[in-house]
Design a protein around this ligand. Structure first.
Ligand SMILES: Cc1ncc(COP(=O)(O)O)c(C=O)c1O
Length: 402
């Protein structure tokens, strides 16, 4: 895109864009929740669909002039079914949540009552704020209790079962922001079924890997799946909610999960959907259906494994001793660093990571024991295992002054 109107009429903002573009190009971006979208996704975000109000859903809008919008939303939903290999008779899809956080809050609110008990992974062990952390509205409105990982950094399904049977939650949330191992959705479903709870899978981080066949799918196990579209799925900043077309367990009898969720998104929590973003989601889903995307997803995992392997050879402590997905957590204290000091040194030298609590961390989130790194962006840029070895060596030399 040439941005010629920005350049001509908004020079201050244009300059900011130029330096940000340059920054993104010049750094090694290892933040696992980020990605660099295609030009087509960028173009889609800037289309005239941004001008349209479309409160409601297909053929039930509060504004006129929405024939094209209806076609777009219907088509984007079809793409979701194709990408995740599920059927419209079994699942409903909502594309309107403004972000992953909104999507999660909408699901809890749609299917539970305030104060209901929910079991999820704690933020400190890899879960997300919206999995009921006390500072999040989710944690204020619902009674979240948490599971974590064992001392080796793995989920312990027997322990999760024990907690579930003792606490009898109405929903179990699986999925994480900082867990580097395969999530066993089938086991989670068995646990949820044993106590009559819903299973919600927050696949925000791994949606692209699932779409590309590089991580097992949450379907048919999860009753509800939420995901951001901007991480490994490599689309715009937004979210999807996929839910079973089954009767609700705890709400008005006869109501269907996906209908309750649709109603909670609009009019419950949001107004008009961002149709330009939904247009861009459709573009990213078309991209995810191309054979190249499968290759991409598999390469993301190969790269993460190569990076973890090389870092371990160099003496780094990787939580759970490796990775099965796109990310890893590293305890940087053996090198005399905290997450903050390590992140700062790396940033000064063009490597961007995020500081992160590690399981059983003894410090605070602002300056924890670890960093979290991942390979979605560098893989998008075409890097392979050889590049990962170089990056590991560079990280090692920067953090050890070697
Ligand atoms: C597992 C998980 N769920 C939800 C979210 C929230 O997404 P958003 O930042 O779009 O609100 C994130 C974001 O990092 C996440 O990692």
């Amino acid at each position: 895109m040439d941005y010629k109107n920005l350049k001509k009429n908004h020079s201050k903002l244009y300059k900011l864009l130029v330096v940000e573009k340059k920054r993104q190009k010049n750094v090694i971006n290892l933040i696992p929740s980020e990605n660099y979208v295609s030009q087509a996704v960028l173009e889609a975000l800037g289309t005239e669909f941004t001008n349209k109000y479309a409160e409601g859903y297909s053929e039930m809008r509060y504004y006129f002039g929405n024939k094209n919008v209806d076609q777009l939303e219907d088509y984007a939903k079809l793409l979701v079914y194709k990408v995740f290999k599920i059927k419209p008779v079994d699942y409903g899809v909502n594309l309107q949540a403004y972000s992953g956080s909104t999507a999660n809050l909408a699901v809890y609110h749609a299917l539970l009552n305030p104060g209901d008990k929910v079991l999820s992974m704690s933020l400190e062990h890899g879960g997300h704020l919206t999995h009921g952390h006390k500072v999040s509205l989710t944690g204020k409105l619902f009674n979240f209790i948490h599971y974590g990982v064992n001392r080796n950094g793995f989920l312990d399904y027997d322990q999760i079962l024990q907690i579930a049977q003792k606490e009898k939650p109405k929903m179990i949330v699986c999925g994480a922001s900082a867990y580097s191992r395969i999530i066993d959705f089938k086991k989670f479903k068995e646990i949820a079924d044993s106590v009559g709870a819903y299973l919600m899978a927050d696949i925000s981080h791994i949606a692209g890997l699932i779409a590309g066949g590089a991580h097992p799918s949450p379907f048919p196990y999860a009753d509800i799946a939420t995901t951001t579209t901007h991480k490994t799925l490599r689309g715009p900043r937004a979210a999807l909610i996929i839910s079973k077309k089954q009767k609700s367990k705890f709400q008005v009898s006869g109501s269907i999960l996906h209908e309750l969720i649709d109603k909670m998104i609009f009019p419950g929590m949001q107004g008009g959907p961002h149709m330009n973003t939904i247009f861009a989601i459709a573009v990213c889903l078309e991209e995810a259906l191309k054979p190249n995307f499968k290759k991409y997803a598999k390469q993301v995992v190969k790269n993460a494994k190569a990076l973890a392997n090389e870092l371990q050879k160099l003496g780094f402590k990787i939580i759970s001793d490796g990775t099965d997905n796109h990310l890893m957590l590293i305890d940087v204290t053996p090198l005399g660093h905290t997450g903050k000091t390590a992140g700062e040194i790396l940033e000064k030298n063009g490597i961007i990571v995020n500081k992160n609590m590690i399981p059983y961390d003894t410090r605070k989130p602002w300056d924890p024991l670890g960093i979290r790194i991942g390979t979605p962006t560098v893989t998008t840029q075409g890097m392979t295992e050889k590049d990962m070895e170089k990056i590991a060596k560079k990280i090692h030399s920067l953090l050890t002054n070697d």
